[in-house]
Design a protein around this ligand. Structure first.
Ligand code: NAD
Length: 248
């Protein structure tokens, strides 16, 4: 995969591009840009303006230009960004060229839905193993994968070079599952169980909690209602209409 860049990558020494130190908020938006860019590529677009890409990704264009400048990507005046090149750059930065192996622990209501989702592969991830503690679930096949017992985690994680573990167990067992993942050498965890996990400093944890997202939307509903209740029914002040990704 090409790693050619517009401009230079910040911080490079001796002609070797350094890995850019990106703000977390920028990292969270890169997958949105990538999704929009893939859609543009499918429709045959070769270039896109910052305004066009920003609209497709649901962010404002100044923020997008700042985000992409962190990658050393400034586009060409009057032409915009090269769609294929920008896809390559973002996939390289996100490490999506590695096709990382993912395992899922907890094949209940949520885990079952996640395991059955075919969209991970097209985004650069291979779900290679499913684990559960319930003997009744072990052996069940979902999307061509048989559920294994959690006791097999360590062996399978090494065999399959699992990089990312997804936790979809009840909150009471999530820490024990995280400990087992860490002991098996997994250094990135996506946690769906509510609560905070304790992990070593070399392990990255992202958590997804749809209830928190609903609570944030509830705040915005509350704010809009209180503003329209003001004398004169003043329209609510919306900062920029950004659509933040869940979990960002
Ligand atoms: N993040 C979100 O937005 C969101 C949404 C829904 C559910 N959840 C959370 O996801 C988790 C799963 O929810 P659910 O409805 O699928 O629950 P569930 O009870 O249907 O499934 C949990 C599964 O985990 C398995 N399990 C329990 N302990 C285990 C262990 N130590 N090792 C391996 N497997 C184990 C169980 O056998 C079961 O199959 C819960 O923590 C729930 O709160 C989060």
């Amino acid at each position: 995969m090409s790693q050619q860049r517009h401009g230079s990558t910040p911080g490079g020494a001796d002609g070797v591009p350094a890995f850019p130190d990106l703000p977390e908020a920028t990292i969270a938006r890169l997958p949105e840009y990538l999704r929009a860019l893939h859609h543009l590529a499918e429709t045959g677009a070769e270039t896109v303006s910052s305004e066009g890409l920003a609209a497709a990704a649901g962010v404002n264009s100044a923020k997008l230009r700042k985000d992409l400048s962190h990658l050393g990507s400034y586009g060409t005046r009057g032409v915009g960004y090269d769609v294929a090149l920008l896809i390559d750059q973002i996939e390289y930065i996100l490490g999506l060229d590695k096709n990382r192996a993912v395992c899922l622990v907890g094949v209940g209501n949520l885990g079952h839905a996640l395991a059955g989702y075919a969209g991970f592969a097209s985004r650069g991830f291979r779900v290679v193993a499913l684990f559960d503690a319930d003997p009744k679930k072990v052996g069940e096949e979902i999307n061509g994968l048989a559920v294994r017992h959690i006791d097999d985690l360590e062996r399978v994680a090494v065999e399959e070079s699992i990089a990312i573990g997804v936790i979809a167990t009840p909150p009471g067992t999530a820490q024990a599952v995280a400990d087992a993942l860490v002991a098996a050498g997994v250094t990135s965890i996506l946690n769906f169980a509510p609560g905070v996990l304790s992990v070593p400093s070399n392990v990255d944890v992202r958590k997804v909690d749809l209830a928190i997202e609903l609570q944030i939307l509830s705040f915005h509903e509350h704010r809009k209602a209180s503003l329209t209740a003001l004398p004169g029914g003043r329209a609510p002040a919306v900062a920029n209409g950004d659509q933040e990704a869940v979990g960002s």
